[in-house]
Ligand binder design. Structure first.
Ligand code: GLU
Length: 423
């Protein structure tokens, strides 16, 4: 999927939504001032000896936006386009997600600017371990807790956790498992985390559909990005009778009016790294992909994907944002004017961080919950969050994105009012 070339100021976009939501809930000016900038912005440059013997320098980021409600929390992204401003935007969005989901976490985000597909597995491990080491005490199970994001997975989290646990005294090794979430299950991860973001999107969609009297069975979906989030959303929706008729990723776009077998396509992507070469679909253009007539459009890739042209082309009832920031403000305006509803990122994809919280609690208590228990809790949490946002939107006559920010801001403001400002 070709990312539009013009510069996209993602952080400014998030600040503008913060302003709009602050007005809606009449936020105390000092709270708005504090939340407008992250608490800490950490940049590390670290060397790694590559397989060919050369030393390459990598630039890593960790932005800690806010920790009023609990430790900084959020993913680590490996992507060639990682930049400080984008990580700041994503870190702020984690603060809103944690507050919206009533988690005892703040918000943070990090990453490394490189293409993880361009290095060997051995190099990837060294990069991850050296980054963790460079961050040192800037992360910790009660201070700042990374997780997977675009370009990272449970394996990267296992390396991070292992590296961190080798940096603390041997008597602490067991107690620091919760330094990262999204770990493999055998290494202290939780059942249900892998699919959690997709699962949370669907619980949110079900609640929206119930409110609107929208029957999901027999409906169609178009998914942009068929990685962890998009593929799990498609698999889960297929069980509810929703067929995925078009998919796209960085290699191209495929269409199948009969509906893809989401399981098989997911297996293909796991084995090959992309949808390229999947036999049961017709290749279509980017323009055709966005214009595909469907009921549900799920952007599950990167930010800045649905701009004016894409918004004008989209022919759907609802957009469910599995990605963070996929819709630009002007794209959003066009969609809303056309009557397309948007289940915004901060709400729709917060199942990931919510199940990360369940993992962290299990690590603290040395427990392991069943997948059913995780799913049941997630269902309750997502549906409650949807209703909180929907009520706010109705009461304040605003759209769901501003409402999601508004609910989060009110929760954060209440705590600032009680605790006041040090000293
Ligand atoms: N990277 C995910 C997100 O953007 C998950 C974060 C987490 O689990 O901490 O929400």
């Amino acid at each position: 999927m070709a990312t539009p070339q013009k510069h996209y100021d993602f952080y400014k976009v998030v600040q503008d939504y913060l302003d709009r939501a602050a007005t809606v809930v009449d936020l105390a000016p000092h709270v708005r001032t504090i939340l407008n900038q992250p608490k800490n912005e950490i940049i590390v440059n670290f060397p790694v000896r590559m397989d060919n013997g050369e030393v390459r320098l990598f630039k890593g980021y960790r932005v800690q936006h806010n920790n009023l409600l609990g430790p900084f929390k959020g993913g680590m992204r490996y992507h060639p386009q990682v930049s400080l401003d984008d990580v700041k935007a994503l870190a702020a969005m984690m603060t809103w997600k944690s507050a919206l989901m009533r988690l005892p976490f703040g918000g943070g985000k990090g990453g490394i600017k490189f293409d993880p597909h361009s290095v060997s597995r051995h190099e990837l491990q060294k990069i991850t371990r050296r980054f963790t080491h460079a961050l040192g005490e800037n992360i910790g199970p009660d201070f700042d807790i990374p997780a997977p994001d675009v370009g990272t997975n449970s394996q990267a989290m296992a390396w991070m956790m292992d590296t961190y646990s080798n940096m603390v005294g041997s008597n602490q090794k067991q107690s620091v498992k919760g330094v990262v979430t999204g770990k493999p299950v055998a290494s202290g991860g939780t059942l249900g985390r892998e699919k959690a973001t997709g699962q949370g999107m669907i619980y949110c969609l079900i609640e929206w559909a119930k409110e609107r009297g929208f029957e999901l069975e027999g409906k169609t979906m178009v998914v942009q990005g068929f990685g962890n989030v998009g593929s799990n959303a498609a698999v889960i929706l297929s069980k509810l009778g929703v067929s995925t008729i078009a998919v796209g990723d960085h290699t191209g776009y495929l269409y199948n009016p009969e509906g893809f077998n989401a399981h098989k396509l997911q297996d293909h992507v796991k084995a090959n790294g992309s949808i390229a070469g999947y036999p049961n679909g017709k290749a279509i253009t980017r323009e055709e992909f966005f214009a595909t007539k469907t009921d549900i459009f799920a952007p599950c890739a990167l930010e800045n994907q649905i701009d004016d042209a894409e918004a004008r082309a989209i022919n759907a009832t609802v957009v469910v944002e599995g990605a963070n920031g996929p819709t630009t403000p002007s794209g959003e305006k066009i969609l809303l004017e056309k009557g397309v509803e948007i289940l915004p990122d901060v709400l729709a994809n917060s199942g990931g961080v919510t199940v990360s919280y369940y993992e962290w609690v299990q690590n603290k208590r040395s427990e392991s919950w069943s997948e059913e228990e995780v799913d049941e809790r997630l269902e309750v949490a997502m549906k409650r969050a949807y209703r909180d946002v929907s009520d706010m939107a109705r009461n304040k006559k605003c759209d769901l994105r501003v409402a999601a920010y508004a609910v989060a801001l009110q929760r954060i403001e209440a705590v600032y009012k009680e605790r006041e400002i040090f000293p």
